[in-house]
Design a protein around this ligand. Structure first.
Ligand code: S3P
Length: 169
């Protein structure tokens, strides 16, 4: 898998709660390459948290910043890069990821995602009257777009090692 990647990044895409960061870190370890998370990088360069960025500048500005950060991250590799759930949905960011990286969609069922996002209160897009419905709507709207990733692995509630093995395979 390490050889197949060449100098590219393995880019994990998918909805919030799919396990992109958790699995990505372990995959990177197993492949012996660095791991980087685009949301962390955005927070580092802006010195603001994701909720603060949404609050202060709104989603369109966040998407622009996200695109710049991801384009830059894609220049260095090989690495495992986990991206925020909306990154691959943005047309320009998606094109950059598909052209310069190997994209892998970590697909998960709504209940799995929901259980995981409940654990942290850091998703501005879910600050709605009915966040589970919002998550479901996002899932329906984004599904066909994530499906254009190069690879797809179903994220399930199994031992993390098992998921890592599937991603590498
Ligand atoms: C978003 C997902 C978040 C973060 C931001 C927007 C989205 O990342 O980038 O809240 O549009 O789905 P995670 O997928 O890591 O939660």
């Amino acid at each position: 898998a390490r050889k197949a990647l060449g100098k590219r990044n393995l880019v994990l895409v998918g909805l919030m709660g799919a396990g992109k960061s958790a699995i990505g870190k372990l995959v990177a370890q197993a492949l012996g390459i660095p791991f980087i998370d685009s949301d962390h990088e955005i927070e580092r360069v802006s010195r603001m948290t994701i909720p603060e960025l949404f609050q202060a500048y709104g989603e369109p500005e966040f998407r622009k910043l996200e695109q710049r950060v991801i384009r830059r991250l894609l220049r260095t590799g090989p690495r495992v890069l986990s991206t925020g759930g909306g990154a691959f949905i943005n047309e320009d960011t998606r094109a950059a990821i598909r052209d310069n990286g190997l994209s892998l969609w970590l697909d998960a069922d709504l209940d799995v995602l929901w259980e995981r996002v409940l654990k942290r209160d850091n998703r501005p897009l879910l600050k709605t009257e009915n966040p589970k419905k919002t998550l479901e709507d996002l899932m329906i709207a984004r599904y066909p777009i994530y499906a254009t990733a190069h690879l797809r692995v179903k994220s399930r509630d199994v031992k993390k090692d098992e998921m890592v093995g599937e991603v590498i395979a």
